[in-house]
Design a protein around this ligand. Sequence first.
Ligand SMILES: Nc1ncnc2c1ncn2[C@@H]1O[C@H](COP(=O)(O)OP(=O)(O)O)[C@@H](O)[C@H]1O
Ligand SMILES: [Mg+2]
Length: 364
Amino acid sequence: MAALAEDVLKLHCCAILQLDSDGRVLGGNAGVAAVLGYTIEEIRGQPFSLLFSAADAQRGVAEQAVARTLEQGIEQLSLAMVRSDGVRFRASAMLERVFDPAGSRVLVLIRDITEIFQTQKRVREAQEIALRAQRLDAVGKLTLGLSHDFNNLLSVIGNSLDMLSLRRSGDESVRRILDIAHRAVERGTQLTRQMLAFGRGQTLVPQLSRVDDLLTASLELYRRVCGETIELEIELAADLPPISVDVGQLEAALLNLLSNSRDAMHGVGKVLVCARLETIIVPSGGGERGPFVSICVGDSGPGIQAEIQESVFEPFFTTKSVGDGSGLGLSQVYGFAAQSGGTAMIGTSPLGGAAVSLYFPVAA
Ligand SMILES: Nc1ncnc2c1ncn2[C@@H]1O[C@H](COP(=O)(O)OP(=O)(O)O)[C@@H](O)[C@H]1O
Ligand SMILES: [Mg+2]
Protein backbone atom coordinates (compact mmCIF):
# COMPACT_ATOMS: atom_id res chain seq x y z
CA MET A 1 0.00 0.00 0.00
CA ALA A 2 2.99 2.21 -0.60
CA ALA A 3 1.04 4.30 -3.10
CA LEU A 4 -1.17 5.75 -0.37
CA ALA A 5 -0.15 8.64 1.83
CA GLU A 6 0.32 7.87 5.49
CA ASP A 7 -2.66 10.01 6.67
CA VAL A 8 -5.04 8.28 4.24
CA LEU A 9 -4.11 4.92 5.70
CA LYS A 10 -5.02 6.22 9.15
CA LEU A 11 -8.51 7.37 8.07
CA HIS A 12 -11.29 5.74 10.06
CA CYS A 13 -14.22 6.95 7.97
CA CYS A 14 -13.40 4.63 5.09
CA ALA A 15 -11.94 1.19 4.80
CA ILE A 16 -9.16 0.70 2.29
CA LEU A 17 -8.29 -2.82 1.22
CA GLN A 18 -5.64 -4.08 -1.10
CA LEU A 19 -6.58 -7.22 -3.02
CA ASP A 20 -4.47 -9.49 -5.17
CA SER A 21 -5.61 -10.31 -8.69
CA ASP A 22 -7.67 -13.27 -7.32
CA GLY A 23 -9.60 -10.91 -5.07
CA ARG A 24 -7.91 -12.00 -1.80
CA VAL A 25 -7.17 -9.39 0.84
CA LEU A 26 -3.48 -8.52 1.19
CA GLY A 27 -3.83 -5.70 3.71
CA GLY A 28 -5.83 -2.67 4.75
CA ASN A 29 -5.95 0.56 6.73
CA ALA A 30 -7.21 1.46 10.20
CA GLY A 31 -10.69 2.11 8.75
CA VAL A 32 -11.16 -1.63 8.10
CA ALA A 33 -11.85 -2.17 11.80
CA ALA A 34 -14.08 0.91 12.06
CA VAL A 35 -16.15 0.33 8.91
CA LEU A 36 -16.03 -3.45 8.49
CA GLY A 37 -15.38 -4.64 12.04
CA TYR A 38 -12.43 -6.90 11.09
CA THR A 39 -8.86 -6.62 12.29
CA ILE A 40 -6.28 -6.73 9.50
CA GLU A 41 -5.13 -10.13 10.77
CA GLU A 42 -8.67 -11.51 10.54
CA ILE A 43 -9.30 -10.32 7.03
CA ARG A 44 -5.90 -10.94 5.46
CA GLY A 45 -6.07 -13.85 3.02
CA GLN A 46 -9.90 -13.78 2.93
CA PRO A 47 -11.81 -13.39 -0.34
CA PHE A 48 -13.35 -9.96 -1.10
CA SER A 49 -16.76 -11.74 -1.24
CA LEU A 50 -16.56 -12.13 2.57
CA LEU A 51 -17.97 -8.60 2.78
CA PHE A 52 -20.95 -9.28 0.50
CA SER A 53 -24.43 -10.53 1.30
CA ALA A 54 -24.91 -14.27 0.84
CA ALA A 55 -26.99 -13.69 -2.29
CA ASP A 56 -24.43 -11.34 -3.88
CA ALA A 57 -21.55 -13.64 -2.90
CA GLN A 58 -23.32 -16.55 -4.55
CA ARG A 59 -23.93 -14.52 -7.69
CA GLY A 60 -20.19 -13.83 -7.88
CA VAL A 61 -20.59 -10.04 -7.60
CA ALA A 62 -17.22 -9.65 -5.82
CA GLU A 63 -15.25 -11.70 -8.35
CA GLN A 64 -16.91 -9.92 -11.27
CA ALA A 65 -16.09 -6.51 -9.80
CA VAL A 66 -12.43 -7.47 -9.31
CA ALA A 67 -12.24 -8.89 -12.85
CA ARG A 68 -13.78 -5.71 -14.33
CA THR A 69 -11.38 -3.53 -12.35
CA LEU A 70 -8.36 -5.49 -13.59
CA GLU A 71 -9.70 -5.17 -17.14
CA GLN A 72 -10.93 -1.56 -17.16
CA GLY A 73 -8.85 0.03 -14.43
CA ILE A 74 -11.72 1.30 -12.33
CA GLU A 75 -15.10 0.17 -10.98
CA GLN A 76 -17.74 1.65 -8.70
CA LEU A 77 -20.25 -0.32 -6.62
CA SER A 78 -23.18 0.74 -4.48
CA LEU A 79 -24.64 -2.20 -2.62
CA ALA A 80 -25.32 -3.83 0.74
CA MET A 81 -22.22 -5.10 2.55
CA VAL A 82 -21.98 -7.14 5.74
CA ARG A 83 -19.83 -6.29 8.77
CA SER A 84 -18.00 -8.91 10.80
CA ASP A 85 -20.88 -8.90 13.33
CA GLY A 86 -23.37 -9.70 10.54
CA VAL A 87 -24.88 -6.19 10.42
CA ARG A 88 -25.65 -5.05 6.87
CA PHE A 89 -24.89 -1.52 5.72
CA ARG A 90 -25.18 0.41 2.49
CA ALA A 91 -21.71 0.67 1.01
CA SER A 92 -20.14 2.72 -1.70
CA ALA A 93 -17.05 0.90 -2.97
CA MET A 94 -14.53 2.37 -5.37
CA LEU A 95 -12.17 -0.18 -6.93
CA GLU A 96 -9.00 0.84 -8.71
CA ARG A 97 -6.31 -1.21 -10.47
CA VAL A 98 -2.76 -0.47 -9.36
CA PHE A 99 0.45 -1.96 -10.64
CA ASP A 100 2.86 -3.41 -8.14
CA PRO A 101 6.22 -5.05 -8.89
CA ALA A 102 4.64 -8.27 -7.63
CA GLY A 103 1.71 -8.02 -10.10
CA SER A 104 -1.64 -6.28 -10.60
CA ARG A 105 -3.44 -5.28 -7.43
CA VAL A 106 -6.88 -3.84 -6.70
CA LEU A 107 -7.32 -1.02 -4.18
CA VAL A 108 -10.80 -0.86 -2.70
CA LEU A 109 -12.11 2.19 -0.88
CA ILE A 110 -15.30 1.37 1.07
CA ARG A 111 -17.54 3.98 2.72
CA ASP A 112 -20.62 3.38 4.83
CA ILE A 113 -23.28 5.52 3.12
CA THR A 114 -26.30 4.06 4.93
CA GLU A 115 -27.36 7.43 6.30
CA ILE A 116 -26.99 9.31 2.99
CA PHE A 117 -28.71 6.45 1.19
CA GLN A 118 -31.65 6.47 3.57
CA THR A 119 -32.00 10.25 3.44
CA GLN A 120 -32.03 10.11 -0.37
CA LYS A 121 -34.59 7.33 -0.26
CA ARG A 122 -36.80 9.35 2.08
CA VAL A 123 -36.52 12.43 -0.16
CA ARG A 124 -37.39 10.34 -3.23
CA GLU A 125 -40.38 8.80 -1.47
CA ALA A 126 -41.60 12.20 -0.28
CA GLN A 127 -41.30 13.54 -3.86
CA GLU A 128 -43.26 10.61 -5.24
CA ILE A 129 -45.98 11.04 -2.63
CA ALA A 130 -46.19 14.78 -3.34
CA LEU A 131 -46.45 14.14 -7.09
CA ARG A 132 -49.20 11.60 -6.59
CA ALA A 133 -51.06 14.02 -4.31
CA GLN A 134 -50.79 16.77 -6.93
CA ARG A 135 -52.27 14.48 -9.56
CA LEU A 136 -55.12 13.49 -7.24
CA ASP A 137 -55.71 17.20 -6.49
CA ALA A 138 -56.04 17.96 -10.20
CA VAL A 139 -58.42 15.05 -10.79
CA GLY A 140 -60.28 16.14 -7.64
CA LYS A 141 -60.91 19.65 -9.00
CA LEU A 142 -62.24 18.24 -12.26
CA THR A 143 -64.45 15.76 -10.43
CA LEU A 144 -65.78 18.45 -8.12
CA GLY A 145 -66.89 20.57 -11.10
CA LEU A 146 -68.50 17.59 -12.79
CA SER A 147 -70.30 16.39 -9.68
CA HIS A 148 -71.83 19.83 -9.05
CA ASP A 149 -73.15 19.97 -12.63
CA PHE A 150 -74.51 16.43 -12.53
CA ASN A 151 -76.07 17.02 -9.15
CA ASN A 152 -77.99 19.99 -10.53
CA LEU A 153 -79.12 18.00 -13.56
CA LEU A 154 -80.19 15.06 -11.41
CA SER A 155 -82.20 17.38 -9.16
CA VAL A 156 -84.08 18.69 -12.19
CA ILE A 157 -84.73 15.14 -13.46
CA GLY A 158 -85.76 13.98 -9.97
CA ASN A 159 -88.17 16.86 -9.48
CA SER A 160 -89.67 16.34 -12.92
CA LEU A 161 -90.18 12.64 -12.19
CA ASP A 162 -91.87 13.54 -8.89
CA MET A 163 -94.28 15.81 -10.74
CA LEU A 164 -95.02 13.16 -13.36
CA SER A 165 -95.61 10.56 -10.63
CA LEU A 166 -98.22 12.79 -9.02
CA ARG A 167 -100.12 13.24 -12.30
CA ARG A 168 -99.91 9.66 -13.54
CA SER A 169 -100.32 7.79 -10.28
CA GLY A 170 -103.27 5.74 -11.60
CA ASP A 171 -101.47 4.14 -14.59
CA GLU A 172 -99.60 1.00 -13.39
CA SER A 173 -97.23 0.54 -16.37
CA VAL A 174 -96.22 4.21 -16.41
CA ARG A 175 -95.64 4.06 -12.65
CA ARG A 176 -93.28 1.14 -13.08
CA ILE A 177 -91.27 3.09 -15.64
CA LEU A 178 -91.21 6.10 -13.33
CA ASP A 179 -90.01 3.88 -10.46
CA ILE A 180 -87.08 2.66 -12.55
CA ALA A 181 -86.24 6.25 -13.48
CA HIS A 182 -86.46 7.27 -9.81
CA ARG A 183 -84.08 4.51 -8.75
CA ALA A 184 -81.61 5.52 -11.46
CA VAL A 185 -81.75 9.12 -10.20
CA GLU A 186 -81.11 7.91 -6.64
CA ARG A 187 -78.13 5.84 -7.78
CA GLY A 188 -76.85 8.81 -9.79
CA THR A 189 -77.20 11.08 -6.76
CA GLN A 190 -75.25 8.59 -4.67
CA LEU A 191 -72.48 8.44 -7.27
CA THR A 192 -72.24 12.23 -7.51
CA ARG A 193 -72.10 12.38 -3.71
CA GLN A 194 -69.10 10.04 -3.79
CA MET A 195 -67.50 12.14 -6.54
CA LEU A 196 -68.12 15.21 -4.41
CA ALA A 197 -66.39 13.42 -1.52
CA PHE A 198 -63.35 12.70 -3.66
CA GLY A 199 -63.22 16.33 -4.82
CA ARG A 200 -63.30 17.40 -1.15
CA GLY A 201 -66.52 19.24 -1.74
CA GLN A 202 -68.88 17.55 0.67
CA THR A 203 -70.18 19.32 3.72
CA LEU A 204 -68.46 17.71 6.67
CA VAL A 205 -69.81 18.03 10.17
CA PRO A 206 -66.77 17.37 12.36
CA GLN A 207 -67.30 16.31 15.93
CA LEU A 208 -64.73 15.81 18.64
CA SER A 209 -64.52 12.01 18.79
CA ARG A 210 -62.49 9.19 20.23
CA VAL A 211 -61.57 6.65 17.58
CA ASP A 212 -61.41 3.79 20.08
CA ASP A 213 -64.99 4.48 21.21
CA LEU A 214 -66.25 4.74 17.62
CA LEU A 215 -64.59 1.51 16.52
CA THR A 216 -65.74 -0.43 19.56
CA ALA A 217 -69.31 0.82 19.19
CA SER A 218 -69.49 -0.24 15.52
CA LEU A 219 -67.75 -3.59 15.87
CA GLU A 220 -70.98 -5.55 15.34
CA LEU A 221 -71.77 -3.61 12.16
CA TYR A 222 -68.26 -4.29 10.81
CA ARG A 223 -68.66 -8.00 11.60
CA ARG A 224 -71.92 -8.06 9.64
CA VAL A 225 -70.31 -6.35 6.63
CA CYS A 226 -67.43 -8.83 6.67
CA GLY A 227 -69.64 -11.88 6.99
CA GLU A 228 -69.19 -14.99 9.11
CA THR A 229 -66.27 -16.47 7.18
CA ILE A 230 -64.04 -13.46 7.79
CA GLU A 231 -62.29 -13.15 11.12
CA LEU A 232 -62.25 -9.53 12.24
CA GLU A 233 -59.83 -8.27 14.85
CA ILE A 234 -59.43 -4.79 16.29
CA GLU A 235 -56.22 -3.50 17.83
CA LEU A 236 -56.41 -0.16 19.61
CA ALA A 237 -53.42 1.70 21.03
CA ALA A 238 -53.90 2.91 24.57
CA ASP A 239 -54.60 6.59 25.30
CA LEU A 240 -55.42 7.69 21.74
CA PRO A 241 -56.05 11.45 21.69
CA PRO A 242 -59.38 12.68 20.29
CA ILE A 243 -59.80 13.79 16.66
CA SER A 244 -62.26 16.17 15.08
CA VAL A 245 -64.04 14.16 12.41
CA ASP A 246 -67.36 13.70 10.61
CA VAL A 247 -68.45 10.47 12.27
CA GLY A 248 -70.91 9.44 9.53
CA GLN A 249 -68.31 9.86 6.79
CA LEU A 250 -65.69 8.02 8.82
CA GLU A 251 -68.12 5.14 9.20
CA ALA A 252 -68.80 5.19 5.44
CA ALA A 253 -65.05 5.16 4.74
CA LEU A 254 -64.43 2.21 7.06
CA LEU A 255 -67.34 0.27 5.54
CA ASN A 256 -65.86 0.94 2.09
CA LEU A 257 -62.51 -0.45 3.25
CA LEU A 258 -64.05 -3.49 4.90
CA SER A 259 -66.12 -4.33 1.83
CA ASN A 260 -63.00 -3.97 -0.35
CA SER A 261 -61.17 -6.44 1.93
CA ARG A 262 -64.14 -8.80 1.83
CA ASP A 263 -64.23 -8.63 -2.00
CA ALA A 264 -60.44 -9.07 -2.32
CA MET A 265 -60.52 -12.21 -0.14
CA HIS A 266 -63.67 -13.55 -1.82
CA GLY A 267 -65.36 -13.61 1.55
CA VAL A 268 -62.84 -15.81 3.39
CA GLY A 269 -59.86 -14.62 5.45
CA LYS A 270 -58.78 -12.22 8.15
CA VAL A 271 -59.15 -8.48 8.63
CA LEU A 272 -57.23 -6.43 11.16
CA VAL A 273 -58.33 -2.89 12.04
CA CYS A 274 -55.71 -0.96 14.03
CA ALA A 275 -55.75 2.53 15.45
CA ARG A 276 -52.62 4.25 16.76
CA LEU A 277 -50.76 7.52 16.98
CA GLU A 278 -48.31 8.17 14.11
CA THR A 279 -46.09 10.84 12.64
CA ILE A 280 -46.09 11.12 8.85
CA ILE A 281 -45.64 13.67 6.09
CA VAL A 282 -48.93 14.81 4.59
CA PRO A 283 -48.29 15.95 1.02
CA SER A 284 -51.70 17.53 0.51
CA GLY A 285 -51.34 19.45 3.77
CA GLY A 286 -48.18 21.30 2.71
CA GLY A 287 -45.83 18.57 3.92
CA GLU A 288 -46.77 18.79 7.62
CA ARG A 289 -45.92 16.05 10.01
CA GLY A 290 -48.22 14.51 12.60
CA PRO A 291 -49.12 13.53 15.16
CA PHE A 292 -52.03 11.82 13.49
CA VAL A 293 -54.41 9.20 14.69
CA SER A 294 -54.19 6.47 12.06
CA ILE A 295 -56.85 3.90 11.39
CA CYS A 296 -55.61 1.04 9.26
CA VAL A 297 -57.70 -1.70 7.67
CA GLY A 298 -55.52 -4.60 6.57
CA ASP A 299 -56.43 -8.02 5.24
CA SER A 300 -55.03 -11.41 4.31
CA GLY A 301 -56.04 -11.05 0.65
CA PRO A 302 -53.80 -10.88 -2.42
CA GLY A 303 -52.79 -7.23 -1.82
CA ILE A 304 -52.74 -4.40 -4.37
CA GLN A 305 -50.16 -4.78 -7.12
CA ALA A 306 -47.48 -2.08 -7.18
CA GLU A 307 -48.45 -1.04 -10.73
CA ILE A 308 -51.97 -0.06 -9.74
CA GLN A 309 -51.27 1.38 -6.27
CA GLU A 310 -50.96 4.83 -7.84
CA SER A 311 -54.39 4.59 -9.40
CA VAL A 312 -56.64 3.02 -6.79
CA PHE A 313 -57.58 6.35 -5.17
CA GLU A 314 -58.68 7.80 -8.50
CA PRO A 315 -62.42 7.96 -9.08
CA PHE A 316 -63.81 5.18 -11.28
CA PHE A 317 -60.66 3.08 -11.07
CA THR A 318 -61.77 -0.50 -10.47
CA THR A 319 -60.52 -3.97 -11.30
CA LYS A 320 -63.96 -5.44 -10.63
CA SER A 321 -66.42 -6.36 -13.36
CA VAL A 322 -69.15 -3.99 -14.44
CA GLY A 323 -71.86 -3.91 -11.80
CA ASP A 324 -69.55 -5.21 -9.05
CA GLY A 325 -67.46 -2.10 -8.56
CA SER A 326 -67.94 1.62 -9.15
CA GLY A 327 -64.33 2.53 -8.41
CA LEU A 328 -65.56 5.27 -6.08
CA GLY A 329 -64.94 3.58 -2.72
CA LEU A 330 -61.28 4.46 -2.23
CA SER A 331 -61.75 7.89 -3.79
CA GLN A 332 -64.40 8.66 -1.14
CA VAL A 333 -61.95 7.40 1.48
CA TYR A 334 -59.10 9.56 0.14
CA GLY A 335 -61.17 12.71 -0.41
CA PHE A 336 -62.75 12.46 3.02
CA ALA A 337 -59.40 11.94 4.79
CA ALA A 338 -57.80 14.82 2.84
CA GLN A 339 -60.74 17.14 3.50
CA SER A 340 -60.43 16.26 7.19
CA GLY A 341 -56.83 17.57 7.21
CA GLY A 342 -55.21 14.16 6.91
CA THR A 343 -54.57 11.70 4.14
CA ALA A 344 -54.93 8.05 3.11
CA MET A 345 -52.16 5.68 2.08
CA ILE A 346 -51.84 2.20 0.67
CA GLY A 347 -49.50 -0.27 2.31
CA THR A 348 -49.06 -3.93 3.11
CA SER A 349 -50.83 -5.56 6.02
CA PRO A 350 -48.98 -7.79 8.51
CA LEU A 351 -51.61 -10.34 7.41
CA GLY A 352 -50.02 -10.33 3.93
CA GLY A 353 -52.68 -8.48 1.95
CA ALA A 354 -53.47 -4.83 1.35
CA ALA A 355 -53.62 -2.25 4.11
CA VAL A 356 -55.28 1.12 3.71
CA SER A 357 -54.47 3.67 6.40
CA LEU A 358 -56.44 6.82 7.16
CA TYR A 359 -54.72 9.64 9.04
CA PHE A 360 -56.53 12.33 11.02
CA PRO A 361 -54.85 15.21 12.83
CA VAL A 362 -55.06 15.11 16.59
CA ALA A 363 -57.67 17.63 17.73
CA ALA A 364 -56.18 20.86 19.06
N1 LIG B 1 -58.21 -4.67 0.25
C1 LIG B 1 -57.93 -4.71 -1.05
N2 LIG B 1 -57.22 -5.76 -1.58
C2 LIG B 1 -56.93 -5.80 -2.89
N3 LIG B 1 -57.29 -4.85 -3.78
C3 LIG B 1 -57.99 -3.80 -3.34
C4 LIG B 1 -58.36 -3.67 -1.96
N4 LIG B 1 -59.03 -2.51 -1.82
C5 LIG B 1 -59.10 -1.94 -3.04
N5 LIG B 1 -58.50 -2.72 -3.97
C6 LIG B 1 -58.35 -2.41 -5.40
O1 LIG B 1 -58.67 -1.05 -5.60
C7 LIG B 1 -59.70 -0.92 -6.57
C8 LIG B 1 -60.52 0.31 -6.27
O2 LIG B 1 -61.25 0.17 -5.08
P1 LIG B 1 -62.54 1.06 -4.86
O3 LIG B 1 -62.18 2.49 -5.11
O4 LIG B 1 -63.13 0.75 -3.53
O5 LIG B 1 -63.50 0.63 -6.02
P2 LIG B 1 -64.30 -0.75 -6.22
O6 LIG B 1 -64.34 -1.46 -4.90
O7 LIG B 1 -65.65 -0.29 -6.65
O8 LIG B 1 -63.55 -1.49 -7.28
C9 LIG B 1 -60.45 -2.24 -6.50
O9 LIG B 1 -61.13 -2.51 -7.69
C10 LIG B 1 -59.32 -3.23 -6.24
O10 LIG B 1 -58.64 -3.54 -7.42
MG1 LIG C 1 -64.81 -0.54 -3.13
